[in-house]
Design a protein around this ligand. Structure first.
Ligand code: SAH
Length: 511
């Protein structure tokens, strides 16, 4: 393995990281990253990896370039596998080459993993292809960072202005008036289409277009700030027809997800697919029980049970952990009937090779019990693996119907520890930057309000901020804090909640 990998992190959309970059992040001892690189990638790193932020934001260098170089050399010399993660592509205005030269000089090995540069991806997400047989047969990548007061420009403005090339300027927002006037002064048609793409490929993407002579003024009018790319050329015309990403229904909409980190991923990907910006604020931590003696004992006597009923994805996960610990697998359930309360739990069982015998159409205790009775559960022995503390309705009703139920705690939930997320969320809530807080169980409501006082969000609720609940029980708990849920799906599932959020968001955008 080489010592230092110069990794392209891509333009922002986490899906645009290369497989190779991901593989290296998963094995690196040290990860050194920049401001523009998406932080989501840090989840790929090993828990014991040393993660160092050296980012640059505008002029404010957290660590000067020579110190970054020294750091890379120092870590590599210590025998570490170092991943140097840089926004976009490391060799496109990323000073990656300088870092490589330093490493070489210090006698260190390095490899480069190219990334998807924002210059290609940002315009693509804004509906602008950089080349097109009709409009442009070449592309130039140009730094827009030049000091306009410098007497000698490094750019050959005349050549840039005269070509039919698509021009892509990096770091050009501040110099926009200088760039557009230099092009026009050197003979470019003032009517040439131009566009700015800000935070391309991320949930915060925005873009705007105007003729070259008006682009600086338009940018100022719309408050366009870095980081953004300026694209100049006939291809910009295609934005009108080929735009797709900015049509996502929830683009830019900020949604707080309070589910446990372990459970949040399907909800997050549904929302992100719709363009939403998700803020994870896990209120619940899923924890192991202090002792699994009882679970092991129950697993040893599985054959005595007629039915196993799983009420949550976590119930399945933790039960299977214990099966495995006992040296068993799904075959241990052979001959038992299995029920899953809810589609996500059913899918988790399928992952384990078990096709559930019963999944209720709606998760209301009465419904569940009715369905189970229809399948002859009365008089039978039922094992119910679940959380240590959970609602008693299901076991009670099953017992009333003449079933012998053994509740088997396999995990517990606790209050999640919060770090910097809490301060950040409070700041965002108070700045009116959050559109939705989502609650997917009563405990998410209770735990959320044990961290964020109801009075803090009360002024925003119903105006800039809307509260979403997965179902009536959760909404009821919310009522106890004085709030009525503005969003509540008809079906009590995560996909239905995501859909309801989308509809609500569209409704409010439309107004
Ligand atoms: N190596 C990076 C570029 C680094 S220079 C790459 O290949 O993309 C930083 C400049 O890149 C910013 O000032 C901005 O002009 C541009 N940039 C980076 N990410 C961007 C994004 N997501 N959307 C728009 N511009 C971006």
């Amino acid at each position: 393995m080489a010592c230092v990998y110069l990794l392209g992190a891509g333009p922002g959309d986490p899906g645009l990281l290369t497989l190779k970059a991901k593989r290296i992040l998963e094995t690196a001892d040290v990860v050194v990253y920049d401001y523009l690189a998406n932080k989501a990638f840090l989840n790929f790193c090993r828990p014991e990896a040393e993660i160092l932020y050296v980012g640059k934001k505008g002029g404010d260098h957290t660590l000067p370039q020579d110190k970054i170089n020294d750091l890379l050399v120092e870590k590599a010399k210590a025998g570490k596998v170092v991943a140097r993660l840089k926004g976009g592509d490391p060799y496109v205005f990323g000073r990656g080459a300088e870092e490589a030269e330093e490493l070489l000089e210090a006698g260190m090995d390095f490899e480069v993993v190219p990334g998807v540069t924002s210059a290609v991806a940002g315009p693509a997400y804004a509906g602008i292809p950089l080349t097109h047989r009709k409009y442009a047969s070449s592309v130039s990548f140009i730094t827009g960072h030049e000091d306009p007061d410098k007497p000698e420009s490094a750019h050959n403005w005349q050549a840039l202005a005269a070509g039919t090339s698509t021009l892509v300027f990096f770091m050009g927002v501040k110099n926009l008036p200088h760039i557009s006037s230099s092009l026009i002064a050197n003979g470019m048609d003032p009517e040439t289409p131009a566009a700015l793409v800000r935070w391309g490929t991320t949930c915060e993407q925005t873009s705007l277009a105007a003729p070259l002579h008006a682009i600086a003024e338009e940018a100022q009018k719309q408050g366009m700030r870095p980081p953004a790319l300026l694209v100049v050329g006939q291809v910009v015309r295609l934005r009108e027809t080929l735009g797709w990403f900015e049509k996502k229904p929830m683009l830019g909409c900020r949604v707080v997800v309070t589910r446990a980190r372990e459970q949040a991923s399907s909800f997050l990907s549904l929302l992100e697919e719709k363009g939403a910006c998700c803020l994870q604020f896990p209120t619940i931590a899923i924890e192991a029980l202090p002792d699994y003696g009882e679970v092991q004992e129950a697993i040893g006597t599985l054959a005595e049970y007629d039915w196993l009923i799983f009420t949550s994805v976590n119930g399945v996960i933790w039960f299977w952990k214990e099966l495995q610990r006992a040296g068993l697998d799904s075959r241990a359930l052979g001959g038992r009937q299995v029920a899953a309360i809810g589609p996500a739990t059913a899918d988790k069982l399928r992952e384990k090779g078990i096709e559930p015998d019963f999944v209720p159409e709606k998760y209301v205790a009465e419904h569940v019990v009715e369905g189970l009775l229809a399948r002859g559960v009365a008089g039978k022995k039922v094992l119910l693996p679940r959380a240590e503390v959970a609602r008693e309705v299901l076991p009670r009703q099953l017992r009333e119907a003449g079933t012998e139920v053994r509740v088997l705690p396999v995990y517990r939930t606790g209050l999640a520890q919060q770090g910097e997320e809490e301060a950040q969320l409070l700041e965002d809530l108070q700045a009116g930057k959050v559109q939705y807080v989502t609650f997917t169980s009563s405990s998410t409501v209770e735990n959320f309000f044990s961290r964020i006082p109801a009075e803090t969000i009360a002024p925003y609720v119903g105006t800039s901020l809307r509260l979403a609940c997965i179902g009536p029980i959760t909404a009821n708990t919310l009522q106890q804090y004085g709030f009525t849920a503005q969003v509540e799906p008809e079906e009590y599932t995560i996909p239905a909640l995501a859909q309801a959020l989308e509809e609500d968001c569209l409704h409010f955008r439309g107004q």
